[in-house]
Ligand binder design. Structure first.
Ligand code: F0G
Length: 458
């Protein structure tokens, strides 16, 4: 018997209109934007795959939770609801709300990281790396080598190479390593998951050298989904059981709630060490807000609590990740070079293969992003040399192994018909690819340049 097809475990109650523009209009808009997709007006984009961060659709339950938000300055009901939900889901005891994920990093790292420190991990996310380097510390990438090859079918390409990790700690001296950061799923590596076996092994190395293991948890539920469907021994476990087990191997987490908690804004730190919590509390009050709101409204914390519960339901995760897979398969069928296995939140197009005649020094993934917008009004984001930024010491461009255009799918927002528009656009760019030329940067900021750089065609 053929298996029953899956479908989204929800129906649509409210819609927002989007408009298609002409190619001539888009060429003009993107030129005005300095060939940087971040500079576009969102209303000039038809299918916006810039990010899956804060772009999800909240459910009726989340919207009704908003109405119950308690806006008390201290000790609000909504804070406690959120805290209890986080305690139950993760097992971490102390919770500090922050306005988003990078704010959680800022607060935690202010307490934890000093100049000269070394922070090993699996391809740190851009803001994480930014916050580390801003403190004149060093992020060491210990991801397995397979992650650097877009065609190898490894089920857990976000995994850490344990020898590299141990070497990084030994080379730096354990006393100089304030934490190890494990990003689940690994965004910079292509939305690739980390296996439970690897989480355990990383945790064991951390225990050996007495270094706390911190999870950068933005997409922890998607990571748990992959453990359930790909790792032996987890098929019968619920997502919530897997989440609890994974976090049990760590000392704490930073969270961008804009991803797997399906809210438009918010974040938090959750940790077990009371002393560290106290140290963070001071910074939280200074940078974010009082301990029980930290930059969030009561209503947002109430919606976050509901979103965490929904975001860790298997049926929801299955339809979400299957939609990402659908886009990946359709692009693959069309001969577009995509990173495999497909990521949890996004499909990544391999720009080195797509545009082999454009060297990395001329930002091929940026070229691809600009062209896809021109053709179809679809906005992706460069995850390549622009994002990799310059070496903080030599100021030379850093050339990452992977040069990618990320197409990140917002949660519960687009249908598979939208995915078809994306596929169509990619095919159009493909037809014309031999005529495309590289780019040069005409303006860039000293740190995290990708947001504001401007480009010209060579
Ligand atoms: N950690 C990871 C793994 C992320 O992907 C992000 C953000 C952050 C931390 C920072 O969280 O945005 O709430 O401050 N990633 C977004 C993206 C921006 O598009 O991938 P934030």
């Amino acid at each position: 018997m053929e298996k029953m097809p899956y479908a989204e475990p929800y129906k649509i109650k409210m819609i927002e209109s989007i408009k298609q523009t002409t190619k001539e209009e888009r060429i003009e808009k993107i030129e005005q934007a300095g060939l940087n997709l971040f500079n576009l007006k969102a209303e000039d984009v038809f299918v916006d795959l810039l990010t899956d961060s804060g772009t999800g659709a909240m459910s009726d339950k989340q919207w009704s939770a908003m109405m119950t938000g308690d806006e008390s300055y201290a000790g609000s009901k909504s804070f406690h609801l959120m805290k209890d939900t986080i305690n139950n889901l993760t097992g971490f005891e102390f919770v500090l709300p922050t306005h988003q994920g990078r704010a959680a990093e800022n607060v935690l790292f202010s307490a934890l990281i000093k100049e000269g420190n070394v922070i090993p991990g699996n391809s740190h996310s851009d803001t994480t790396k930014g916050h580390i380097e801003f403190r004149k510390a060093v992020a060491v990438d210990c991801t397995i080598d397979e992650a650097g090859d877009p065609s190898i079918m490894h089920p857990f390409k976000g995994n850490v190479n344990i020898e590299k990790l141990e070497k990084a700690i030994v080379d730096a001296g354990a006393g100089n390593v304030p934490c190890v950061i494990l990003t689940i799923t690994c965004n910079s590596g292509g939305g690739q998951p980390v296996s439970m076996e690897n989480i355990k092994a990383v945790s064991a190395v951390c225990a050996k050298y007495n270094v706390p293991l911190i999870f950068d948890s933005a997409r922890f539920a998607e990571n748990a989904y992959f453990i359930k469907v790909r790792e032996e021994g987890y098929a019968e476990k619920t997502i919530k059981e897997i989440v609890k087990e994974a976090f049990g191997y760590g000392a704490g987490m930073t969270m961008s709630s804009k991803k797997d908690a399906i809210v438009n804004m918010g974040g938090f730190i959750a940790i077990n060490d009371e002393k560290l919590y106290q140290a963070c509390s001071t910074f939280n009050i200074m940078f974010e807000g009082y301990l029980t709101y930290g930059g969030m409204s009561g209503r947002d914390m109430a919606a976050l609590a509901a979103g965490l519960m929904e975001g860790t339901e298997f049926d929801y995760l299955n339809s979400r990740i299957k939609q990402v897979e659908y886009l990946g398969e359709r692009l693959d069928e069309a001969g577009i070079p995509v990173l495999k296995p497909f990521g949890g939140h996004a499909i990544f197009i391999d720009a080195k293969k797509f545009l082999p005649h454009i060297p990395q020094s001329q930002y091929p993934a940026q070229v691809l992003g600009v062209e896809l917008y021109k053709e179809a009004g679809v906005r992706g984001v460069e995850i390549g040399t622009v994002l990799a930024d310059r070496d903080p010491v030599t100021r030379e461009n850093r050339y990452p192994k992977l040069e990618l255009l990320r197409l990140a799918i917002p949660r519960r927002v687009y249908t598979n018909n939208h995915m078809e528009v994306v596929v169509w656009g990619c095919k159009k760019v493909m037809e014309n690819r031999h005529n495309l030329r590289g780019l040069d940067i005409t303006y860039e900021a000293p740190i995290m340049r990708h947001f504001t750089s401007r480009f010209k065609t060579l």
